[in-house]
Ligand binder design. Structure first.
Ligand code: 6PG
Length: 244
């Protein structure tokens, strides 16, 4: 069962998403003494991460007990304009008191297979887990082709059942990526898609209301085993889903 949160405009979408994240953090810190989150990349989260760096939100999260991962990364150096890490650093890490040892970067500059293996081992070390660990919150975007993280239509990563993090060459993007797999994402306590703008309206309908075809619509793979699935969207993205 997924929870659809529709925000009337961009400002309330950004505020509402930051509020959702802060509430997840407070709950995790209260219940378990730490907050583990995986960030999504792309453009949608930029203002949300910047909002978390504002004093109002920054003071609500205990960054010393917050561990920040990435759900995927482009295989580029960390200072490359395409890097999801760079985007998060520019919007959040450079503006909040987050201990550097609490930020777990996917080494996009390394060989993709090695970077994926090293990242999976880092997750195992932090969670001391042998089966997919439960992140408190995994943020995801949804591409206009239905991909999420770097789980793109027709790729082998969609069918990964045991690995938590894999490398994937994405033909349509002519680039390598490193991505969380569906088994790891679906182990999370909370998964929240962030989608905004009219450009996502049809795909949101396809994913939520259309036939189940995860090889074409990888976002449909995301069905948390025990956790909660949330969609945080603005009215423009929700237009078609709300129409029926
Ligand atoms: C990435 C993201 C990717 C993104 C979607 C949506 O590395 O690009 O993880 O899954 O979330 O493509 O991107 P926008 O937010 O830019 O629409």
């Amino acid at each position: 069962m997924s929870n659809l949160h529709v925000f009337s405009d961009n400002k309330s979408f950004v505020n509402g998403s930051a509020e959702f994240i802060a509430e997840c953090a407070a709950r995790a810190l209260d219940e378990r003494g730490r907050f583990t989150i995986a960030l999504s990349g792309g453009g949608t989260p930029r203002p949300i991460y910047a909002r978390l760096a504002d004093a109002e939100f920054q003071q609500r999260i205990d960054w010393t007990r917050t561990h920040i991962f990435f759900g995927d990364e482009r295989c580029v150096p960390p200072d490359d304009t395409r890097s999801n890490y760079r985007m998060a650093r520019e919007t959040l890490f450079d503006h909040a008191p987050i201990p550097s040892e609490n930020i777990y970067r996917i080494r996009g500059e390394d060989d993709p297979a090695l970077a994926a293996l090293m990242y999976e081992q880092e997750i195992q070390r932090l969670f001391r887990a042998s089966s997919p660990p439960a992140f408190d919150l995994i943020l995801l975007g949804m591409g206009e082709n239905g991909h999420t993280a770097s789980l793109f239509p027709g790729t082998a990563a969609l069918r990964e059942k045991t690995r938590w993090v894999v490398p994937q060459y994405v033909e349509v993007m002519q680039t390598w990526r490193v991505t969380f797999t569906a088994p790891l994402i679906n182990a999370a306590r909370q998964v929240a898609f962030l989608a905004e703008g009219a450009g996502k309206a049809q795909m949101l309908w396809n994913v939520l209301k259309g036939p189940y075809q995860p090889d074409v619509l990888p976002s449909q793979l995301i069905q948390p085993t025990r956790g909660e699935l949330h969609w945080l969207v603005d009215a423009a993205a929700a237009e078609k889903v709300n129409a029926q």
